[in-house]
Design a protein around this ligand. Structure first.
Ligand SMILES: Cc1cc2nc3c(=O)[nH]c(=O)nc-3n(C[C@H](O)[C@H](O)[C@H](O)COP(=O)(O)OP(=O)(O)OC[C@H]3O[C@@H](n4cnc5c(N)ncnc54)[C@H](O)[C@@H]3O)c2cc1C
Ligand code: FES
Length: 279
């Protein structure tokens, strides 16, 4: 579907977590004039009028889209997300979407979802729309308290566990658990992951080492979101037409004579097979 630019109104903005300084919010907007999106797609969003000197919109996963509203879930990181945190009902934002490709859905295959921090956002919609939630297993690693994240709705629909990382020991424990889970699912399962780059790199490496099929949802920084600025290029093993399959050799590495090529995350992703991404 061709992306559309909409001017949407804030219905409400709900802080998550009990801390004195809220950093996490669910932003509920009037529905856009596109009717559907697929899990894993994203929007480019910015407040109107621009409140800070940051004029470029920012990418956010589509957390939920119904006939009544569009929800994005965000963590305050810098200028635009700080501006978003002080929006009020009735204020307006510019939203361009739906953008990017989607995460694969296979009702017949056990699917392991690995999410790190704000990387939980695309899986709200994924779990909600999955034809067989009983096939899903979620392992969620996070540094802030669990109530800061939209985890409850996910845990109501499928087998989901959370792992708070308060120390280096906790982090090492979560890494060990992920490695084991990837190997458990390697034979027949599908693995989906979203989170910070070191987290995705680990999942890619373990998946490739045991021949598991993994797909990574990247959070690369973006400027335009529509393929026009080259602000989001990464190196990847992708053929020139962008969508033909990449052959894999027995070692699990992409069978490519070169070192990959630069591709735009917004136009070719943000979801890539693990063997395609060069970090
Ligand atoms: C496809 C996609 C989906 C995303 N979905 C969500 C989502 O659902 N919820 C959410 O909260 N965030 C999401 N992000 C990340 C979000 O876009 C950034 O947090 C946001 O752009 C920060 O904007 P800012 O103006 O507040 O920060 P800036 O002022 O631009 O930057 C502030 C700090 O954050 C860092 N930063 C900025 N963008 C990123 C990034 N993409 N990854 C890592 N560090 C970054 C900068 O290096 C800097 O240190 C997504 C990113 C992508 C590409
Ligand atoms: S963000 Fe402009 S090309 Fe991807």
């Amino acid at each position: 579907m061709t992306p559309v630019i909409n001017r949407l109104k804030i219905l409400d903005i709900v802080p998550f977590g009990n801390g004195p300084k809220h950093e996490f919010f669910a932003l509920r907007l009037t529905p856009p004039n596109w009717e559907s999106s697929a899990p894993g797609q994203f929007v480019m969003l910015r407040p109107l009028p621009a409140r800070s000197d940051a004029l470029c919109p920012r990418p956010f996963s589509i957390c939920k889209l119904t006939g009544g509203h569009l929800i994005v879930f965000f963590q305050v990181r810098g200028r635009i997300t700080a501006d978003m945190a002080v929006l009020e009902p009735g204020d307006e934002v510019q939203v361009t979407g739906p953008l990017g490709n989607s995460l694969p859905v296979h009702a017949g295959r056990p699917t392991l979802i690995l999410a790190g921090g704000i990387g939980i956002a695309p899986f709200v919609e994924y779990v909600e729309k999955h034809p067989r939630p009983a096939a899903l297993t979620v392992e969620f690693g996070h540094r802030y308290p669990l109530e800061c994240y939209p985890f409850e709705g996910i845990a109501e629909k499928c087998a989901a566990r959370s792992h708070e990382e308060k120390s280096e020991e906790d982090r090492a424990g979560f890494v060990a658990l992920m490695e084991k889970r990837i190997r458990d699912f390697a034979q027949e399962g599908l693995i989906l992951a979203c989170g910070p780059t070191p987290f995705l790199r680990l999942i890619r490496d373990v998946s490739l080492s045991c021949g598991a099929e993994a797909h990574l949802c990247l959070e690369t920084r973006m400027a335009c979101g529509i393929g026009a600025c080259l602000g989001c290029v990464i190196k990847a093993h992708l053929p020139a037409d962008g969508d033909a399959p990449v052959r894999i050799n027995p070692s699990g590495r992409a069978e490519s004579p070169d070192e990959g090529r630069f591709v735009r995350t917004c136009a070719c992703g943000p979801n890539f097979r693990a063997d395609q991404v060069i970090f």
